[in-house]
Design a protein around this ligand. Sequence first.
Ligand code: IYR
Length: 222
Amino acid sequence: MSIKAPFIPYARPDINPDEMMVRSKTYYDQMNERRSVRKFSTRPVQMEVMENIIMTAATAPSGAHKQPWTFALITNADLRKQIRAAAEEEEYESYHGRMSDEWLRDLAPMGTDWHKPFIEEAPYIIVIFKKVYDLHEGEKQTNYYVNESVGIAVGMLISAIHNAGLVALTHTPSPMNFLAKILERPENERAYLLMPVGYAAEDATVPNLERKAKSDVIVKYE
Ligand code: IYR
């Protein structure tokens, strides 16, 4: 574990209220530009950029600081081919019977289907694994709030990707146990999400969606 000293002083540099206002608005405007993209360019991205993005995600808070995650960063063509084939097989079944009519109706505006070419086209695939428990020298150790912890880390991953000028898709092939098998992950790891990362294809489009208004998002108790 990574606690070095019992407690150490901590302070953030003081930001004056005007600058705070500007920063909060600038960041909101920047994040409000983010969109999930389903068509990727094959244009390369530096490995170190990807490492920085992932290490940003790994600064996330986690239950008892257990950091219950592994980020598989995949460029290997053969693995991508296998992952795409397995994902498309599962997704074909989902779109042809496993998903309810209501679900398919709700998804129709997103223009999704069972084809997942982005798994081979994007320069990187990140598969995020949650560690349902830790394994230390063959001994099981409990992790806490694993879904919350990994969800927070993925949120931070998405912001880091957007901040770097790249795009991503939160892809949830279902079921996704094939990922741990193909990537030969240890028994304590379960796939949480698959995320292609890179540049949007030049002809990429996104659905013309609106986000909820402030009044629909925030309920104040003053
Ligand atoms: N997992 C499928 C279906 C899907 C489900 C939801 I909810 C989405 O927001 C998008 C897709 C897929 O990835 O296509």
